[in-house]
Every structure is written in structure tokens, then in C-alpha cells.
Write a new protein. Structure first.
Length: 363
């Protein structure tokens, strides 16, 4: 088991190009932490700094209370699974998985026992004598994970391990990683991905990175239900949260907001008399919209429908009244709505309010 603590960690290239700054994270032993964020936000760079493959140019990294900024990668008790499988093509699965232990001069019995245990855990026993070219992509990725397991590290690092797999294999391998974590509850894992489904289903906590730093840290449902900013609100969830400008016209435990698009919404986000007239952006998740009769939060003309069976996506004509074209995600099948005018509303507890990009819950 291993705790990790990052204190004011930063990364600069050449003394001038700042990639990351002021990263403060406390990662508890046994957690599965997922780093997400837009392309170029520094997710993989931060992971490589933890691994010791990139130099930390500011701040401190501690593993189990020991400062490891200058400790070589091999001595940090960390194993990393890369995006590319990086298997030796001339070695069998067993030889690939045992290679690091051979370099460490472990006994043959210890190597065999470690490889057999990892192979059983990953359901690789039938493939131990095969070469990598005789394996599927998902099987190769499991071998790469097995190679990390046999080292018995304190911390596992995963750098977008599923990005090279097709959709079906991604789902299967994601489930296998979740099951692997259950079999190794005392091992700390840090996982980088750009896939929201992986983040939401695997993580104990998610770290959202943006603007060279940490935008928000929390459990998957905390980030989904109470994002601290417009950025996190729109980054977590697919399709992204709808944002519509409006003005606070009634305050208290429930706040009434008049939308520039017409109509009004009620939110359980509490406000005070000082917020009367406050210009806000009102957030509605597409899946929180319901069809309404009479007055509702939003009324618009449906430009396009996408019937997916379990849900129907409604895309509304861009009337300029929201930050982006409005999308509603309704359960079930809804026919004949294209070209018609539809009114939508949302339950008060599902309505988000933001001022200057920050959620009113986090003021």
C-alpha cells in the first residue's frame, strides 16, 4: 500500500515553457485515481513525473512519506502500463511477463509463481507460450498489465491503456481492469484517459486538469452532480451540459431565473437578496430535460433528432440564446418531433447556476 502526495508540483521545459503549475494532490493507498482533461492539459506529463520519467521542476512528490523527486524510477515501487503494448516480439507471453524479474535476479521458482499468479488473474494461462503476434489487441494489453503485476509494485500507472483497442475490446478490457482492482484492493492505481466512460466507471476519484492546473477533484458523481465551474460542467457528461444566459429574479432557498431565451427556471441553489438581478448562466444537462406542456424553461424548434433506441437526442435550432446549440436527451423513442416546436423543463435540483464561470455553490 502506498500514499502519494504532490505539493505545489510544477513542470517547465527549458525554463520558460510552463506545462503544469501548483499541483496539490493527496492520493490515499488503495485509491484508483483517474486524470482527465482536454488534449495538451498535461495528464500524461504528470503521470510520467510520478513515474520518474519526467523531471519535477517545482514542488515535491512523496510516496509513503518519502520525498522521491530525485529517486530513480526503478526504486520508486511503481510499474507503468503504456498506451503502446511495448512487448518483445521474439519472446513468448511468459518470457515477456518474467523479463523484469529475471533482470532483478529473482529465483526461477519465484518468477514462475509470480507469472502464474498474474496469468490466472488476467485469464492469460492458455496463451503463456504464444508470441505477441498470435494475440489480439486486448490480449496484448493484458500481457502488458501482467508484466506490471509480477513486479508487485506499490503503485500502478496506466497511460491511456485502452486507446488502441476497438470499441468492443475497450469495454471488455475496461471491465477486466475494474475486476483487477477488486482483486488488488490495497494497490494504488493512477489512470490517464480522455474517455469519460472509463473515468466515470473506474475511478474512486477523478482529477480534472485544465489551464496547467487542477480544475476539480472528486468522486465521479460529485463532479457530475456538483461541478464547481462551467468548464467541469461541460467537460463531464456527454452530450455536454447546456448553458443559457439568464438573470436572477427571485432569491432564497429556491432561486428563480428568467432566461434570455424566454421562460424561467427554478433552482435549489440558494441565493440572497444581494443576488437579485445577477447575470448568470443556467446549466441543464441534456438528460435532465423533460417534455413540458405550457410554460417551461426552454422552448425551441427541433432541427434534428437522433433515435438511438434507448434514448432520443433532440438538437434545437441555434437561436443565439444559449452558449451552444441546445440538446435534449429524452429516454425512449420519440417520433415526429423534427421541425416541431418543443417545450422543455427540468427539476429544480437538476438546474445549475454559474456566475463568471463559477458555480454559485462554490462561491
Amino acid at each position: 500500500m502506498a500514499d502519494l502526495k504532490l505539493t505545489d508540483v510544477g513542470k517547465t521545459y527549458g525554463g520558460t515553457v510552463e506545462v503544469l503549475k501548483h499541483i496539490d494532490l493527496d492520493i490515499k493507498a488503495g485509491e484508483l485515481i483517474v486524470f482527465v482533461g482536454p488534449s495538451g492539459c498535461g495528464k500524461s506529463t504528470l503521470l510520467r513525473m510520478i513515474a520518474g520519467l519526467e523531471k519535477i521542476t517545482a514542488g515535491t512528490l512523496e510516496i509513503d512519506g518519502q520525498r522521491v523527486n530525485d529517486v530513480p524510477p526503478a526504486q520508486r515501487g511503481i510499474a507503468m502500463v503504456f498506451q503502446s503494448y511495448a512487448l518483445y516480439p521474439h519472446m513468448t507471453v511468459r518470457e515477456n511477463m518474467s523479463f523484469a524479474l529475471q533482470i532483478a535476479k529473482k529465483s526461477k521458482d519465484e518468477i514462475r509463481e509470480s507469472v502464474d499468479r498474474a496469468a490466472k488473474m488476467l485469464q492469460l494461462e492458455p496463451y503463456l507460450d504464444r508470441l505477441p503476434k498470435a494475440l489480439s489487441g486486448g490480449q496484448r494489453q493484458r500481457v502488458a498489465i501482467g508484466r506490471a503485476i509480477v513486479r508487485d509494485p506499490k503503485v500502478f500507472l496506466f497511460d491511456e491503456p485502452l486507446s488502441n483497442l476497438d470499441a468492443a475490446l475497450r469495454v471488455a478490457t475496461r471491465i477486466e481492469i475494474a475486476q483487477l482492482k477488486e482483486q488488488m484492493p490495497d494497490r494504488t492505481m493512477i489512470y490517464v484517459t480522455h474517455d469519460q466512460v472509463e473515468a466515470m466507471t473506474l475511478a474512486s476519484r477523478i482529477v480534472v486538469l485544465a489551464n496547467k492546473g487542477v480544475a476539480q477533484v472528486g468522486s465521479p458523481l460529485e463532479l457530475y452532480e456538483t461541478p464547481n465551474s462551467e468548464f467541469v460542467a461541460q467537460f463531464i457528461g456527454s452530450p455536454a451540459m447546456n448553458l443559457m444566459p439568464g438573470e436572477v429574479i427571485a432569491t432564497g432557498e429556491r432561486t428563480t431565473v428568467r432566461l434570455d431565451a424566454g421562460g424561467s427556471a427554478v433552482s435549489t441553489v440558494p441565493t440572497t437578496d444581494a443576488d437579485m438581478g445577477l447575470k448568470v448562466n443556467v446549466g441543464f444537462r441534456p438528460e435532465d430535460f423533460v417534455l413540458a406542456e405550457g410554460e417551461g424553461a426552454y422552448t425551441g424548434k427541433v432541427a434534428l433528432t437522433e433515435a438511438l433506441g434507448e434514448v432520443t437526442l433532440l438538437h434545437f435550432v441555434d437561436d443565439g440564446a444559449s452558449k451552444e446549440p441546445v440538446i435534449a436527451k429524452l429516454p425512449g423513442i420519440h417520433k415526429g418531433l423534427r421541425g416541431s416546436e418543443v417545450t422543455l423543463s427540468a427539476a429544480p435540483e437538476k438546474v445549475h447556476l454559474f456566475s463568471e464561470g463559477v458555480s454559485l455553490l462554490y462561491r
